[in-house]
Ligand binder design. Sequence first.
Ligand code: AMP
Ligand code: ZN
Length: 450
Amino acid sequence: MYHCGPTVYQRPHIGNYRAFLFADLLRRVFELADLDVTQIMNLTDVGHLVDDAEEGDDKLEAQARKEKLDPWQIVEKVSEQFFADMEALGVKPAHAYPRATDHIEEMVAMVEKLIESKHAYRVGDNVYFDVHSFPAYGQLSGNRIEDLEAGARLEVNDEKKHPADFALWKSDEHHLMKWDTVFGPHGFPGWHIECSAMARKFLGDHFDIHTGGEDNVFPHHECEIAQSESVLGGPFVNLWMHTKFLQVDGGKMGKSLGNAYTLDDLEERGFSALDFRFLMMRGSYRNSLNFTWEALKGAAEARRNLNDFRSRLLGEANAEVVVDLNTIAAGSAVAKARAAFRNALADDLNTSESLAALFVLRNSYVHAVLKASEYPAALALLAEADSVFGFFDTMEAGGLSDQDIDQLIKERGEARADKDFARADAIRDELSAANITLEDTPEGVKWFRS
Ligand code: AMP
Ligand code: ZN
C-alpha cells in the first residue's frame, strides 16, 4: 500500500491524522487476516504548491520565509513532530517513509520517459503532461477534460497546450530547493510526479492499494494515474481508497480559521492521542466526521470503560490459561462477540459496529452474565481487538505492571495476616497513588485501574 503522507511544512493537524490513522487501520485489519503488508508513506518536502491547481508558492518555501528559516530546517523540525505524533497515536511504523527530495533522479527519469512517449512536452525549462494523450484522464474523479478546460483560468498559464495540462517539472531560479537536471539548472518537481516515482520505486509497477484524503482524488491521484499508466503502459494501482474529511463544527478545518487542532491542543484540554484515535475509530472512512469536544469526551470515556474492563479481567482472570480463540465454544459470549467484531470489520471496515461488539461483551461482564471461566477468552479477544484498534493504554498506570500490582496485593494480604496493619495500609496507599483501586470481596481482593 502507498499512502500520501504529510507535506512537512507545518505540524500535521488532527484532520491529517484521520487520513494516517485510516492507513494504519487498513494495515492492521489486513494483518489480522494474515496478509503480508508492505506499507509506504511518503513525506512531501518540496513541490506542493499552496494552490493545488498549479499556481502559488511552494508550501515549504512560503513557511520557510514566514519563519525565517531554511526550508530544510522546517522539513527536519516538522518531520520530527510528525513521527512523534504518529508514535503517540500508536500508529505502526510504515516500512519506509521516503522523502520526495531523496528521489529527484527517479522523478526526472519518469518525466523523460513521458516526453519520449509524447505524453509530455517541454516549454523552456518547464515540462507539462498532455492530458489529451491519456484518454482515461478524469475517470477516477469523474471530471471531464472539457469541463475542466471550460472552468480553467486561462490567463494563469498560457504556456500549456491545453488548460487542463499539469506541470511535471517546474523551473524557477528563485526557488530555494532546486536541482540542476536535463531540464535546466533551477528545477523542482511537480507534486504529483513525486508520488508516482516513489510508489514505483518502493512497490513496483503495479501494486494493490493507494490511499489519501478525499481532497487527493483530484488533481493529485488523477494525475498520478495519468503519469504512471502512461509510463507503464498498464495498470498502476488496483484500488484507490480515500478518507472523507475530519471537519470542525460541520465545516472545513483550516489553520486560518483557528480550528485546525494539533495533538497538543487536545492534550491541553486533557485528552490523550489515544482518545483521539478511539474517536476516529468510531467513524467510517466513507463519511465525513465532525470533530467536537463533546464527541472527544465521549470517546475518552468509552475508551476508559474498555480499559477498565480489561484491567478488571486482568485482575480476575487466571493468567495461566492460554486461549486459542479459534477453538472456543461457538455459542459462548466471547465467540459471539468475536464474530461480531470481525464481521463488522469485514463489512467495509465498519469500525463503530466492531467496537460495539466489545461493549456488548463488557456489558455481559458488568451484569455478571459472563462466566469467570470465560475471562481468559475475553482477554484474548480484547488483545485481538487491540491489534486492530490499538487504543488500550500501553503505559501501565503509575508505572506499575500487572505483575507488580499482583505482588503488592499478595504482600498486603500477608501483612494483614501478620496483623501488620501499618504495612498493609501503606501498600494500599501506594496502589491508590498509582490509580489502582482495591475491592475486598468474598472471593478475595479485586483490583482495577481508575
Ligand atoms: P497534506 O499535508 O496537505 O499533504 O495532507 C496530508 C494528508 O492529509 C492527505 O492525504 C490529505 O488528503 C489528508 N487530509 C488533509 N486534511 C484532512 C482532513 N481534514 N481530514 C482528513 N484528511 C485530511
Ligand atoms: Zn501523494
